[in-house]
Each structure stands twice: as structure tokens, then as C-alpha cells.
Design a protein around this ligand. Structure first.
Ligand code: SF4
Length: 368
């Protein structure tokens, strides 16, 4: 059973140090971070770490950083607090409801923008969607939902079945998106569970289901992950991917290019590259300055075939999803466009903002 596999996750400073070794001082620091934010790494994902590489991207993604204890930065990003209608339901854009169906993930990414809640705040998530479905039924403008979390695939199959049955009664929904990093960090949950795959196939027969995967580095493309992706395809699930631009992980030409090429190679459409959000415990470690991020993304795009560069480089902002279009003039100004605006009158609006070398985010009308 996948739950038994998860129970063997690496969660403590002692386990990390026992496997990778560390000085007494480092072990103490790791312990401090583990006490502040949950750490949990599947054995599968931990085994992808190259212990001989001090800059190993998998380690950087999954293992604690002392800088996580920095208190600067936002707790909520993208307006998640003000967009929450009832526990587990956010309604920011008219046609889309975002459902947080779990606060649990197979592996807690150190860069998570929901660091405030994953693994520690059930009150923001709701694994029974009954109340959310009642809200959606009262809002006929909602024509699609995103099942997110945490990771919804950490719910049992019984919970998933119940939720799919509830959503299945809402004729207004034209498609369902499931945002999950499970294919990356715990693919066994997918390929070892025929019951889950049969259920997804049944849902997909009646309504288009997209799984939005979350590959951030080409080292995450393994035979096990491929097996999970192939099972999802066989179940009729369409695949899209969102990647976060992460300092020290994929902020190099080679890493980003190989990641985007690898997605296309597996038949997963690169959907978004996200600017990492200014979140507490994250921004000082992982954010790439906007100017160098734009340079990198444009350089990488120039080397990619069209199918690998279908993505938009975006930031999830309190004002909406803002596409980062490029630099203008001498490079001290950046061009942006509202890809999806919280206020409908801003949809499609193109604007410029001055940026400096180190700037990683923009503030508009006091919002971040
Ligand atoms: S899987 Fe997603 S929600 Fe969970 S820790 Fe990683 S980024 Fe956050």
C-alpha cells in the first residue's frame, strides 16, 4: 500500500544526517528547520540525491535550508487569504474555483508557496468537497475547477471517489484540473494503484481531466516517473506542466532547457514557468532576479523548438496572473501583461514597470 511506503519517508534531522552525514553544527541547524517547517521526503525521491554534489538540485528542492528560518517575506501570496471563500475553496477568477483538497504532500518542497500550511494547517484545506460543490452550484460562472493542496492525490481513493462523484453532478464544469507533484516525487502512488487509475479513467470518460504536473529539473525524469506518466496517458488524462524558476535548481541554460525539452519528449505540454513568489522561508533561497530570469528564459526559448516553448513565463500576483513579456529599452524596464486578472477590466492589459538588477517581484497598488 502506498500509505505504508509514505510512512517510511525521511522526516527528521537524524535520518537526513544518518544517510548523508553532516557536522554536529549542521545537524543542529537542520533540526531547527525541521522543527519550524515539516520535512518529508519519499525514499524514492531521496534516492535521486547525488550525495557527492554539494549543489545537487534534488537535495536543494527537498532538504532543509537554514535560511528558511528568515522571517522576512509574505505568508500569503497571490491573495490566497482574501480569495478564500470557505475552507478549501478559493475563488479569484470568475470561471475557475481552486480547491485545496489536502494539506499533505508526498514530499514537502522547500520552495513551496503554501509553506504556511502544507503539512501543518488542515484548517485551510478540505478533503470533503460537499460545501465547495454547493458554492460552485450557486455560481454558474464557474466552469472549471483545480484540485490542488497540498496534493489531492494524497487523499485515499475513497475520498477521491466521493469528491469526483460530487464534482460529476455539476454539469457546469467543462473540465477538471488536478495539480500534483506526485508523478515526480512518488510515482508509485500512480502506477502501483490500478484502482486509482481506473477511477481517473472513469472520470475522464465523462469530462476532460488535465493533470498539471510539476517537474522542475531534468533529473526528475526517471523510468519510474515515466511509468506513472504513461499510466495517466492511458487513463485518458491530458498532461500539462508548471515549472518554478528556482535559484540553484534550474536557473541555468542547461538545466532549464533540458527540463523543457524533456517535458515535450514525454508528451507533457510545458504550460507555465513561474517566477518564484516572495514567500517567507522561500524567497531568499530560491528567487531569481526578474532581469536575469527574463534573460535566461528568452535565451532558452531561442534554443527550443516551438512545442517546448508553449509556456508563458508568469508571476501569480495578488492582482492576477501576470505574464512577464521581456525587457525594454536599456533593460531597466520590464514589460508585463495580465494573462488573467482578478479584476476583469485588467484582462489583457499591457504595462511596464522599472526594475533593478536584484528585484525579484513587483508591487502594484500595494499588492504583491
Ligand atoms: S507538492 Fe506542491 S503543495 Fe506540496 S510542498 Fe511541493 S510545491 Fe508545495
Amino acid at each position: 500500500m502506498w500509505q505504508e511506503d509514505l510512512a517510511r519517508n525521511i522526516k527528521t534531522a537524524d535520518e537526513i544526517v544518518g544517510r548523508l552525514g553532516a557536522s554536529e553544527k549542521d545537524a543542529e541547524l537542520i533540526g531547527k528547520v525541521c522543527a519550524r517547517y515539516p520535512v518529508s521526503v519519499t525514499e524514492y525521491y531521496f534516492d535521486l540525491i547525488n550525495p557527492d554534489d554539494p549543489g545537487d538540485p534534488i537535495s536543494r528542492i527537498a532538504l532543509p535550508h537554514i535560511e528558511e528560518l528568515e522571517e522576512s517575506g509574505e505568508i500569503y501570496s497571490g491573495g490566497e487569504d482574501v480569495n478564500t471563500i470557505i475552507p478549501g475553496l478559493q475563488h479569484k477568477y470568475g470561471s475557475t474555483a481552486l480547491l485545496l483538497t489536502s494539506d499533505v504532500c508526498a514530499c514537502y518542497c522547500r520552495f513551496c508557496f503554501r509553506k504556511r500550511m502544507v503539512g501543518m494547517n488542515e484548517s485551510e484545506a478540505c478533503n470533503d468537497l460537499s460545501a465547495a460543490c454547493e458554492y460552485i452550484a450557486r455560481h454558474p460562472e464557474i466552469n472549471n475547477v483545480i484540485l490542488s493542496g497540498g496534493d489531492g492525490l494524497m487523499n485515499s481513493n475513497d475520498v477521491l471517489r466521493h469528491n469526483f462523484e460530487m464534482l460529476g453532478k455539476l454539469d457546469q464544469l467543462e473540465f477538471i484540473r488536478i495539480a500534483s507533484r506526485t508523478p515526480v516525487v512518488f510515482p508509485q502512488r500512480i502506477y502501483d494503484d490500478p484502482e486509482l487509475l481506473d477511477m481517473l479513467a472513469e472520470v475522464a470518460k465523462r469530462r476532460q481531466v488535465y493533470m498539471v504536473t510539476h517537474f522542475n529539473h531534468h533529473r526528475e525524469f526517471t523510468p519510474e516517473s515515466k511509468r506513472a506518466i504513461d499510466c495517466l496517458k492511458k487513463a485518458g488524462i491530458a498532461l500539462r506542466n508548471q515549472t518554478v524558476l528556482l535559484a540553484g535548481v534550474n536557473d541555468s541554460f542547461d538545466a532549464l532547457r533540458r527540463t523543457l525539452m524533456g517535458l515535450a519528449n514525454w508528451g507533457i505540454s510545458p504550460y507555465y514557468v513561474f517566477q518564484c513568489r516572495p514567500v517567507r522561508g522561500v524567497h531568499g533561497i530560491f528567487q531569481v532576479p526578474l532581469r536575469s530570469g527574463i534573460d535566461l528564459v528568452e535565451t532558452v526559448k531561442g534554443s527550443l523548438p516551438g512545442i517546448s516553448k508553449q509556456f508563458r513565463f508568469v508571476m501569480s500576483h495578488g492582482m492576477g496572473k501576470i505574464e512577464i513579456l521581456g525587457l525594454v529599452g536599456n533593460g531597466n524596464t520590464a514589460l508585463f501583461k495580465f494573462h488573467r486578472a482578478k479584476e476583469p477590466e485588467n484582462n489583457g492589459l499591457i504595462f511596464t514597470e522599472p526594475i533593478d538588477d536584484q528585484q525579484t517581484w513587483i508591487t502594484i497598488d500595494g499588492m504583491v
